[in-house]
Design a protein around this ligand. Structure first.
Ligand SMILES: O=c1ccn([C@H]2C[C@H](O)[C@@H](COP(=O)(O)OP(=O)(O)OP(=O)(O)O)O2)c(=O)[nH]1
Ligand SMILES: [Mg+2]
Length: 153
């Protein structure tokens, strides 16, 4: 791992007493983030789960909010906007939108690890508007133009 990037984090009143998001193993890409509330998400429902945290991400970085595969596989709990985008200029509460695609109610307790946060570099683009784009082998082909899901010969 290269040197870690410092990210300011602030516990909101309802975030006190909870562990900060943390990497579960030394090589983990994401920090598991905890719920600051107890809530039950019914099948088909969504909820923006409070984390009790606010952050100030350095410019040229974002935090991506990604699902945990165990929750997705075992319970059908995922992040509908994955990867959620936390902008570097956002100072509000970090929330994790979860949706229950499973058949059963899903109960979240305060302190449960509900998602993971990945710090990622961001490069902003600036448009270079032109009349004609360069030609390529692919051209306008897309959306399966190179073949279906079968293996290439
Ligand atoms: O899963 C998420 C996604 C977003 N946010 C916060 C941080 C982010 O910086 C802000 C705006 O997110 P986004 O740009 O995805 O939402 P929008 O619908 O475009 O809202 P806005 O008009 O506020 O940008 O909301 C979260 O807390 N959790
Ligand atoms: Mg936005």
């Amino acid at each position: 791992m290269t040197d870690a990037v410092a990210v300011q984090i602030k516990r909101l009143p309802h975030g006190h007493g909870l562990d900060l998001p943390a990497y579960a193993t030394s090589g983990a890409a994401g920090m598991d983030v905890l719920s600051a509330e107890s809530v039950t998400i019914r099948p088909g429902q969504r909820h923006a789960v409070a984390t009790g945290l606010a952050v100030a991400i350095p410019e040229n970085y974002e935090i991506q909010v990604r699902p945990r595969s165990g929750l997705a596989f075992k319970h059908g709990i995922t992040v509908p906007n994955t990867p959620g985008t936390i902008d570097s200029d956002y100072r509000g509460e970090l929330k994790v939108i979860l949706i229950n695609h499973g058949a059963d109610d899903f109960a979240i307790a305060r302190g449960d690890r509900i998602a993971q946060l990945v710090l990622a570099p961001v490069t902003q683009a600036k448009w270079d508007e032109v009349e004609e784009l360069d030609e390529t082998d692919r051209g306008e082909g897309g959306f399966g133009s190179t073949g279906g899901h079968a293996r290439l010969a």
